[in-house]
Design a protein around this ligand. Sequence first.
Ligand code: PGA
Ligand code: ZN
Length: 395
Amino acid sequence: MSKIKQTITREIKDSRQKQTIEVELETDKNSFVASVPSGASTGENEAKVVEISQAIKNVNEIIAPKLKGKDVLNQKELDELMIKLDGTENKSKLGANAILAVSMAVCRAGAAAKKIPLYKYISELSGQILNIPLAMFNIINGGKHAHDSLAIQEFLAIPHKNSFAENLVLCNKIFGNLKELIEKNYGPTPLGDEGGFAPQISKTEQALFSLKGAISGEDCKIALDAAASEFYKDGKYNIDGRGLTKTELLEFYQDLVKNFSIVSIEDPFAQEDWQGFESIVRQLGDKITIVGDDLTTTNVNRIKEAHNKSACNGIILKLNQIGTVSETIKAGNLAKSFGWKTIVSHRSGETMDDFIADLAVGLGADYLKAGSPAKPERMVKYNRLLKIEQEMTAR
Ligand code: PGA
Ligand code: ZN
């Protein structure tokens, strides 16, 4: 038992210098801090955020008075209380940002009250077995995260060594190779929002050849996040200088999968293009993972719909798409019950909060997607995972 004494809220800046909220929850034991990221290619069905001064007001005036004196160990009840206080379908009254910051701080306080690490506490809440996930390092950025002309948003490297520590070392090697290759071929190249290179190239294959060259035969697979809603307009997918129909886009992906060691494609079609998703699962679902992100938005109703329609066989889990820790756990457990691959993910606008590393381990997730190691707000997540792996192997 550990009671909430008070809640302090403040405005901080995220990695894009956008305002976000940080909450400090004080209990009779200690104080626990959490902050909330934000997306750029957000799904239409994501929980809604409110403007920061309003979020702060909502925590201070509506949420905090109701939580005062409550036991932090009741994560589910406290999340439900906030959902009820909000009273909307999509958290548009209090804001998913306001609610989530409190929910994460409560979870940290709960772990401390039990005197166990956060990942272990989350695994108690989820009922899942601890797992050190494979990391998906986003090392070439396109789409909304870069100001180049690549339509596909993320080109991710997934090293497959025996430990996360080794995978991180290999990723750094590949990242170094990629820098050389890209600068040789395309000149000085800035980094995109998630810390991957954002070269001035327009063809998907150019990016994939660079990535393949950088991997240079090492034990490392490739994943894509197309974030296709962002290049879909008036019935056409605008990619590589062409406007493709959904059938043509499917063929385009089939060719990529034939030519490169791609193991998963996230959001290959626009968020309401159920037919597109169904067709790619039919054609490629036994070879690779088709991942829902904007399609499913960590929302159990959307996840059930995707399952009924066989629209994906893997899922992105983002705390701020749904707005509480409990609902994220529920979404992860549901996806796992379908035998889907699960990927815990950061957002393109991040803070220094490393909660998602513990979340991935505690949900028994297959993957953690937290950007490239070249940016500190991404690296804190990977460093936390390193530490968790050390703790788990020392036991
Ligand atoms: P976002 O992108 O955080 O800008 O939404 C991440 C993703 O699409 O996976
Ligand atoms: Zn995505």
